[in-house]
Every structure is written in structure tokens, then in C-alpha cells.
Design a protein around this ligand. Structure first.
Ligand code: PMP
Length: 391
């Protein structure tokens, strides 16, 4: 049986307990919400809902204060040691956050001959904004070169090749923390070691916040962007952490209009819940479930696991895998497989997963886990996959 702490946390997810026949295996697309997050939103909307920074009455002032405190909550959750909340800005998600850094912060500074390192094998949300920044520069006559982020065979950062790629004209390195298809937790610290102190690094942490402990001090990046809805908060939430870099338009709350107040309330509740649950425990649990699935798939010769996980011998790489496992059947198309699994209540993601250069060619099935998932759900999935082993 599953440990008591996990059963207790699972019971916090009403959509999970309310659908005992469903195994939700798509948390990398969006996470389910624990009851305390829903309660916080309900209490706010029924208790003191108001716009921020506009009021002469307590609800409005409380809302303004909540948003300021929420910036601190995010800073602390991310392990920023500096007691300065002004580096946290709320956005609608990782996509908007990366676009804001690209368009509002980077693009205006770009000069002819500048370069940007772009992670072309990662999520489109971390590719397109940098292309747009280069296009904005080009429109005013400045040619900017986009250089592909070099990876090693385990889809991790290749420090030696990156060090050779970085020049005095490198204006930004765009990077990813946990890959949304391979699930590997990349060695972000290699980036700073390879790039030196002067080059800004922007980290897409969409798949890591809420899944593994984050320490900005250890990551040593200049920007970190994440989506709240993947970290147990409501859709339309997310944040940019930009340390002490000021000035971009996204930092001006008045310019951005009314903030997503109830969403920000949900984000604070989600971060509180994650801290109380223990992100390190969540990480170990989902990692072990992923390893259970990978080991089971290795027994079934009709399936091929994407990324370095295809070789169980790559034990060191496997250790750095989060709870995301992506695979293909040798003959059954991934969409068909997705529909077959859905008919049995096994909810997975099936397609190219918004991946940049590789995704177009490699449609696949992705299983992504959270703390409410159980070994029984993995076994149920494996049983269904085993029945299709030779189709
Ligand atoms: N980056 C990565 C690695 C992701 O997995 C995703 C979501 N699939 C995004 C960015 C974009 O996040 P959102 O859709 O919440 O803006």
C-alpha cells in the first residue's frame, strides 16, 4: 500500500478522489488543484474581492497588500536570498513571461551583430519569443544571430561546446530547467560555468517549479519564469523573477492593467500547500513512479522511450529524471494510442508536445506525474500497454 503521507495528500485533490476510475497522467500540461487552493480562491472571491491599487476601502487595500505579499511569497519559494520583492512580476504563464523578457527587456537593447543562444530542442514557448526579439531588432536594421543551445547525448547542457559558443556579443542565453518531453532535470549550473559572469541567463522553469526544490542561489540565473497552473494554482497565473533588473514595461503594474487577483491568491495557496507537502518528497515520489513506468516499458519491446531514458544503463541520467516519461509504440500511432488509453480512463498527452525542432517529427505519448498519482495507476497503465505489445 502507498505510504500514509501520500494517501493523505492524494485525498486533497477533489477531482482525483471524485473520479476513482480515472488516472490523470498529464500534470505537465496542467496540474490538478488541491482543495486548500480552491478554498483560498472561494474565500477571497466571497470574502473581499476588489481591484488592487485603486481603493479607499479595506477590501481594495487588502487586495493590494496581498499582491505585494504574494511577490514575497514567490521570491521565498524560489529561494531568492535577497529580501527584495520587486524582482517578482506576475504574468499569465510561462509563455507570457518569456515573451515579456524577450520583447520588453531584451529586444530594445539588441544591437547589430549581437547573438542569442536559443534552446531549439525545447518548448516553443522558449524559442519563438527569442526569434521575435531578433525580428524586432532586424526591423530597425540590427542583425541578430540566433545560436542553437548545444546539448550532450543525455539532452543536458554541453558546457565545453557552450563555452566555445559564447562570445562578447552574446546578449542572452535562454535555457530550460526540466525538459517537458524527456523530463530530465538539466545541470543549469553548467551554464554559468560555461558562460562566465556577464551573460544574462533566462531559465524556463515551467516544468520544475512545484516538482523539485528550487534554489535561485544555486541556479545562478538572471531570469526565471514559470506557470502557476502547472504548480497547482489556477490557469492564467505565473511569474517572472528578474532579481534586481528593473525597467522593463512588464514591471509597471499600472501599464499592465488589472492583475489576476484571484489567480495570485491561488498561487500563494499553492506554494503554501507545496511547502507543507514537501517538494522534495513530491520529487522523490514522482521520480520513483516514472522509474517504475520506464522499467515496465523496457520489458515491452513494442515501445520506445524518448530521450536518454531509452537506455536504462544510463543510470546517472535516470537519476536526474523527473516524473515525465514519453514513449512511442512501434506501429500504433501516438494519437490512436492516446484515444485507446483515454477509453480506459488513462489520461495522457499524445502529439508533438509543442517541441521546437524535434517535436514535429516525433509524435509520442507523454505520461507526466504528480503527488496524487500512485503505483497502482502506473501498473494499470502498463497492463493496458502490455495488452498492445505486439499489435
Ligand atoms: N515551457 C515549458 C517547458 C512547458 O512545458 C510549457 C507548457 N507546456 C511552457 C513553457 C508554456 O507554459 P504556459 O502554456 O503555461 O504558458
Amino acid at each position: 500500500t502507498d505510504p500514509a503521507w501520500q494517501r493523505e495528500l492524494r485525498a486533497h485533490f477533489p477531482i482525483v478522489t471524485g473520479h476513482p476510475d480515472v488516472a490523470y497522467l498529464d500534470s505537465a500540461a496542467t496540474s490538478q488543484k488541491p482543495q486548500p487552493v480552491l478554498d483560498a480562491v472561494f474565500d477571497y472571491l466571497t470574502g473581499e474581492n476588489a481591484n488592487a491599487a485603486r481603493g479607499t476601502y479595506p477590501w481594495a487595500n487588502r487586495t493590494t497588500a496581498r499582491i505585494e505579499q504574494a511577490r514575497d511569497r514567490v521570491r521565498v519559494f524560489l529561494g531568492d536570498p535577497a529580501p527584495d520583492r520587486s524582482g517578482v512580476h506576475f504574468v499569465s504563464g510561462a509563455t507570457e513571461g518569456l515573451r515579456a523578457v524577450a520583447r520588453d527587456w531584451l529586444a530594445p537593447q539588441l544591437r547589430d551583430g549581437d547573438e542569442i543562444v536559443v534552446p531549439y530542442a525545447d518548448h516553443n514557448a522558449n524559442i519563438v519569443p527569442w526569434q521575435e526579439a531578433a525580428a524586432l531588432a532586424r526591423a530597425r536594421g540590427a542583425h541578430v544571430t540566433l545560436r542553437p543551445m548545444p546539448y550532450d547525448d543525455a539532452h543536458d547542457y554541453d558546457a565545453a561546446r557552450l563555452a566555445r559558443l559564447v562570445t562578447p556579443r552574446t546578449r542572452l542565453i535562454a535555457a530550460t530547467h526540466v525538459h517537458h518531453v524527456y523530463g530530465n532535470d538539466m545541470h543549469v549550473s553548467r551554464l554559468r560555468a560555461a558562460a562566465g559572469p556577464g551573460v544574462p541567463i533566462c531559465l524556463d522553469a515551467a516544468q520544475s517549479v512545484g516538482h523539485l526544490p528550487i534554489s535561485l542561489a544555486a541556479l545562478d540565473v538572471d531570469f526565471l519564469v514559470f506557470s502557476g497552473h502547472k504548480a497547482l494554482a489556477l490557469p492564467g497565473t505565473g511569474a517572472i523573477w528578474s532579481g534586481n533588473r528593473r525597467g522593463p514595461a512588464y514591471a509597471e503594474a499600472g501599464w499592465r492593467g488589472t492583475p489576476n487577483t484571484s489567480g495570485i491568491v491561488s498561487l500563494v495557496a499553492a506554494l503554501d500547500w507545496l511547502d507543507a507537502a514537501g517538494v522534495d518528497r513530491i520529487e522523490r515520489w514522482t521520480r520513483d513512479l516514472g522509474a517504475r513506468l520506464t522499467a515496465g516499458l523496457a520489458e515491452l519491446d513494442a515501445y520506445q522511450v524518448l530521450g536518454c531514458q531509452s537506455s536504462l544503463a544510463a543510470a546517472s541520467a535516470t537519476q536526474r529524471r523527473q516524473g515525465i516519461v514519453t514513449f512511442r509504440h512501434r506501429t500504433i500511432g501516438s494519437n490512436d494510442l492516446g484515444f485507446i488509453l483515454a477509453a480506459d480512463g488513462l489520461l495522457v498527452r499524445a502529439d508533438g508536445h509543442c517541441q521546437g525542432d524535434e517535436g514535429e517529427k516525433t509524435s509520442s505519448v507523454r505520461v507526466s506525474l504528480h503527488v496524487h498519482n500512485s503505483p497502482a495507476e502506473i501498473d494499470r497503465l502498463l497492463e493496458r500497454l502490455a495488452a498492445l505489445n505486439h499489435d
